[in-house]
Design a protein. Sequence first.
Length: 107
Amino acid sequence: MKRRSVKGQKYEADYWAQMNFVHERSGYRCEVMRHGGRCRNQSQAYPHHRKLRSQGGSNSLDNLLDVCARCHDEIHREMPRSLAVARGLIVPRDTPEFPYHPEEIDD
């Protein structure tokens, strides 16, 4: 069994503390904006790092969104990357993190 480092424990504590703020901000609902307003999917929202941790993304509130499974799949699998970047749902590797300002996307 692999032991977690102190650094790993701090990361987890940071992450869950930030996620509590994200959940409060979103009301535990998907934060992705669609045509006509916020995503209407009532299923539970999960954390999404706009800039991936593997690409230097942090657990800052600007980098975390609550998204439903449907929107998460769209962001990573279906939506053209250029559109996801333009909508602020993904932050490219060489770009600093910036606040999410949702714009409408087509369903």
